[in-house]
Design a protein around this ligand. Structure first.
Ligand code: SF4
Length: 743
């Protein structure tokens, strides 16, 4: 492509709020040309006032994205046969030949494709996601495609499906402007979804007496500071809290009996479960005053417009699906769903995790919110994909952590990681590093030259990233935005969907993988959504370019609109009976509770100015200055008991590893808990791989690991020198800091 000489519009490629951005070229008239640290002229970003989801608002990450796009990129395929060798540049032809030979060899040796797996990303465009499904699930016949959404939203997916009959958040951002209670559970919206949080604050400022903000979080986050009611519950007790609220709603006759009778089932089972969660028991279990529980329950039963927002604090739990079910229970109990200003609303972590779910981007899904274990669904997809009946396997593929376990058992011949950095984001990172070394070909499709995962790759493919390829993304409120290629591709980089399609053609599926553009790919995807809840059959790249972002459902012949849509206004749910279903799980608590040896609970989270594993935001000076280093938050009482000093280094150790961070002694965190940010991987100067400490226990339904909590011990750190060997790099001696107690 050639650079267009004018501004263009797109969706922010960071969080799931999916704000609209207006991108201005480097040399637009009247503006000085800004250059990045490598001297490349930069596009600049500002909020797009025409985007209905964000109305011109933007946070500092979105506003600085232009500074991240050209720096530190990888420009050509790189290969090495062994991880302790240096990379050599190779041609695309060689690179793709290595992938297809490995696939053929694996198919010949094993008789199926189950030793091939791909781990994708909510950073993909929908077209990338879709093509990966067609390659793995259609052409190869393995469902071993999973994405980092597994670590992020799969409990929400499973929770919606179990309670409402289908994935798909029912609400829209307009509901923030109409709610009377905002009930935020396990979400630090102020830092993780800042533009939505500002919208909520604006609503509160305009209506101080008629809007109540409730925040449930063990930390007094910036979100909690703005709350009318903060419930700093003990980690892992949220399901008991939700059952306690349901108990009080029922006891005080605050339920919507008509809604329950007409539109739900399984109410008796819920009644039995919550009957046991009396206010006194819940208060003791959650470590909160009983009065606060009663205050929150009162809001639920008296107020009519409760909007529940949640994100990773709920999803990243070994009972994540049950907690989502407990939250949806409250909305079914009070009939607060499908109405303006109310409903259960998951805030998606990544910019296109929603589009990924629509395209079938998890190991148990097919495009159009279909399931691999449904014969009818498989047949519909095979027909549109042009594969024979029976091509798609009926067995769900390996989920994210199962892919790691398969490598531990030497059961993967090819692991293809694309647009994500699991060597920072997975739990128990040392196990992941060891497992990777058992796989004969690790391929990493990546835009940037040096990520933690690339250091464990045999083959690195340069990926064209957002801004360099056309595609669509769906944000948390189901709004689809066309994201154009507005900059030249870097070096020899290619869009992921093009690479997946070429591998398909090289494997002999010429007809199935011939496309002239991303628009063609998108059109085929939209056909597979026809008649489904996430119907976008009326959308195309052309329509999105012409009419701007659109929310789904958007069936064929829909009229484009900027007005917001919500689901389930008719109270008919996509279950067999048409009724929503109450869930009835008993709380389990944390998979690894604190004990004498590891007496504290470590919880991890994000900083406002950093994004995930810092491959982009770590390149922006302004953002790095906001958060100079990762800090361990520890309560003053715990710091005193453990002799940890504010501003000094502390050593943190779990059953799986140890690391060091500077202590921030603060009552922001509750006693008995400590907090670390999750962003800093081992390529950062101040490495602090928080997820090294985390265990692999996951929700058995959603398979989402409990990345939010593990048991640790903390002690003052002293300086020692420990030799560290980074695979693929020269041996180097790095300064490590360890507590004498931990050596
Ligand atoms: Fe981007 Fe999220 Fe910030 Fe919006 S709130 S500008 S989507 S990072």
């Amino acid at each position: 492509m050639t650079d267009p000489p004018r501004s263009t519009r797109s969706q922010c490629p960071y969080c799931g709020v999916g704000c609209g951005l207006e991108l201005l070229p480097p040399a637009e008239k009247g503006r000085a040309v800004k250059r990045d640290a490598e001297g490349t002229p930069m596009w600049t970003a500002r909020g797009d006032r025409q985007h209905p989801s964000s109305l011109g608002q933007v946070c500092i990450k979105g506003a600085t994205v232009g500074e991240t796009l050209a720096m530190g990129r990888v420009g050509h395929p790189l290969y090495r046969s062994k991880l302790d060798q240096d990379f050599e540049p190779i041609s695309w032809d060689d690179a793709l030949e290595r992938i297809t030979s490995q696939i053929r060899q694996s198919l010949n040796n094993r008789g199926n494709a189950d030793a091939i797996a791909m781990y994708g990303s909510g950073q993909f465009h929908t077209e990338d996601y879709y093509m990966a499904q067609k390659l793995l699930k259609g052409a190869l016949g393995t469902n071993n495609f999973d994405a980092n959404s597994r670590l992020c939203m799969s409990s929400a997916v499973a929770g919606y499906t179990r309670s409402l009959g289908s994935d798909g958040p029912p609400c829209c951002y307009d509901d923030i402007d109409h709610c009377s209670v905002a009930f935020l559970v396990g979400t630090n919206t102020a830092e993780c979804h800042p533009v939505l949080f500002q919208r909520l604050l604006k609503r509160k400022k305009r209506n101080p007496s008629s809007v109540t903000i409730v925040v449930v979080d063990p930390r007094r986050t910036d979100t909690a500071k703005a709350a009318d009611l903060h419930l700093p519950i003990a980690p892992g007790t949220d399901l008991a809290l939700l059952h306690g609220i349901a108990h009080l709603v029922l006891r005080e006759n605050g339920q919507d009996a008509t809604f329950i009778d007409d539109h739900t089932e399984n109410f008796d089972a819920l009644f039995d479960v919550v009957a046991r969660w009396t206010p006194r028991r819940v208060a003791r279990f959650c470590h909160i005053p009983e009065k606060r529980l009663r205050d929150v329950a009162h809001l639920f039963h008296r107020r009519q417009r409760v909007l529940s927002l949640w994100s990773m604090g709920v999803n990243q739990r070994r009972e994540g699906t049950a907690v989502v079910g407990g939250l949806i229970n409250l909305h079914l109990l009070t009939g607060q769903i499908g109405k303006e200003g109310s409903g259960p609303f998951s805030l998606t972590g990544q910019p296109n995790a929603m589009g990924g779910r629509e395209a079938g981007g998890l190991a148990h899904l097919l495009p159009g919110y279909r399931l691999v274990n449904n014969a009818g669904h498989r047949a519909e997809v095979e027909q549109i994909w042009g594969f024979q009946n029976g091509s798609i396997s009926a067995t769900p593929g390996l989920a994210a952590w199962q892919q790691v376990e398969a490598m531990e058992r030497h059961e993967l011949d090819l692991w293809w990681v694309a647009a994500t950095n699991p060597l920072v984001s997975m739990p128990d990172l040392d196990r992941v590093k060891t497992a990777l070394q058992n796989c004969p070909l690790v391929v990493v499709s990546e835009a940037y030259a040096d990520s933690e995962t690339s250091r464990y790759a045999h083959l690195v493919l340069p990926a064209a990233q957002w801004s360099e390829k056309d595609g669509a993304m769906t944000n948390s409120e189901r709004r689809v935005t066309f994201c154009p290629a507005y900059r030249r591709r870097h070096g020899q980089s290619r869009p992921d969907w093009e690479v997946f399609a070429e591998v398909g053609r090289r494997l002999g599926f010429e007809a199935q993988f011939s496309y002239s553009s991303a628009a063609d790919v998108y059109l085929e995807f939209t056909r597979l959504t026809q008649g489904r809840l996430c119907d976008v059959s009326g959308l195309s790249h052309d329509l999105l370019k012409r009419e701007g972002p659109q929310q789904w459902p958007f069936p064929t012949n829909s009229e484009p609109t900027t007005a917001s849509k919500r689901l389930y206004g008719d109270h008919h749910f996509p279950t067999l009976s048409g009724k929503a279903r109450f869930c009835k799980e008993q709380p389990l608590g944390l998979a690894e509770p604190p004990c004498d040896a590891y007496p504290l609970v470590l919880t991890v989270g994000r900083y406002l100015g950093q994004w995930h594993t810092m491959t982009r935001t770590g390149k922006v000076e302004r953002l790095n200055k906001m958060h100079a280093e990762p800090l361990l938050e520890i309560h003053p009482d715990d710091a005193f008991d453990l002799k940890v000093v504010n501003g000094q280094l502390a050593a943190i150790s779990s059953r799986r590893g140890h690391l060091t961070a500077r202590a921030n002694v603060t009552d922001r965190i509750r006693k008995g808990c400590v907090f670390l940010p999750m962003h800093w991987g081992f390529t950062q100067e101040l490495a602090c791989e928080a997820n090294t400490l985390m265990h692999d226990q996951a929700c058995p339904i959603s398979k989402q690991p409990e990345l939010k909590a593990c048991a640790v011990i903390v002690a003052p750190a002293v300086s020692v020198v420990k030799p560290i060997e980074h695979t693929g790099r020269k041996r180097q001696a790095l300064k490590r800091l360890l507590s004498p107690a931990l050596r």
